[in-house]
Write a protein that binds this ligand. Structure first.
Ligand SMILES: C[S@@+](CC[C@H](N)C(=O)[O-])C[C@H]1O[C@@H](n2cnc3c(N)ncnc32)[C@H](O)[C@@H]1O
Length: 190
């Protein structure tokens, strides 16, 4: 099974132009952007992570602007981005629909959303386990993360057309079992 670095690279492969990355964290994606990207606007609300992202940005060849902001009010103009990236973040934002509406707003018509997310399982027993995790300790120990979100459905509901979506399991350690089912793909602004 490939590691997370390979998934990040796959999610970003072929991107061009101006890109907004939602909840960039400490900037683990930055080194995987292709040089055809002309600017990355990396939105990160958490000050400690934002500082780490600024450090990561200084070591990559693609220009990265790390900015404070939150998913429900992105500090980015309407229709100004060629692509948006959501990587392991739609599990954590307080309101997925609001976040996806914002991502759609800042994308140009036919701009693309690249997603790499962990999601609710298609296997009912595992999905039940994820719902129990969400109702108990998982969000507390995983920084507000939710294991049982149907993120692909939310992407479609927000007005994106899903062009590709690869489903797979990834469990680097038993501790992150609730986050095992993953999706990786491309959706286009309708
Ligand atoms: C698991 S980390 C993923 C970080 C990064 N996207 C990655 O792929 O490594 C979740 C990220 O979501 C961010 N986040 C949480 N709530 C947010 C919000 N309302 N708006 C934007 N980002 C948010 C966190 O600060 C954190 O950086």
């Amino acid at each position: 099974m490939a590691g997370q670095r390979e998934f990040r690279r796959e999610a970003l492969d072929g991107l061009t132009g101006r890109v907004v990355e939602l909840g960039a964290g400490n900037g683990l994606n930055f080194e995987h952007y292709p040089t055809t990207v002309t600017e990355i606007i990396a939105v990160e609300p958490e000050p400690f992570l934002r500082e780490r992202a600024i450090e990561a940005a200084s070591g990559v060849s693609v220009p990265v602007r790390v900015v404070d902001g939150a998913a429900d009010a992105l500090p980015v103009e309407d229709s100004s981005c060629d692509a948006a990236v959501a990587s392991l973040v739609l599990c954590t934002v307080p309101d997925q629909d609001a976040a996806l509406t914002e991502l759609r707003r800042v994308l140009r018509p036919e701009g693309e959303l690249r997603f790499y997310e962990h999601v609710v399982s298609q296997r009912p027993r595992f999905a039940r386990f994820q719902h129990v995790a969400d109702a108990t300790l998982w969000p507390f120990f995983a920084g507000g993360c939710h294991a049982a979100r149907d993120t692909l459905r939310a992407i479609e509901r927000a007005g994106f057309i899903v062009e590709t979506c690869r489903r797979f399991d990834f469990r680097p350690t038993p501790m992150v079992a609730p986050a095992t089912p993953r999706i990786l793909g491309v959706a286009r602004r309708a």
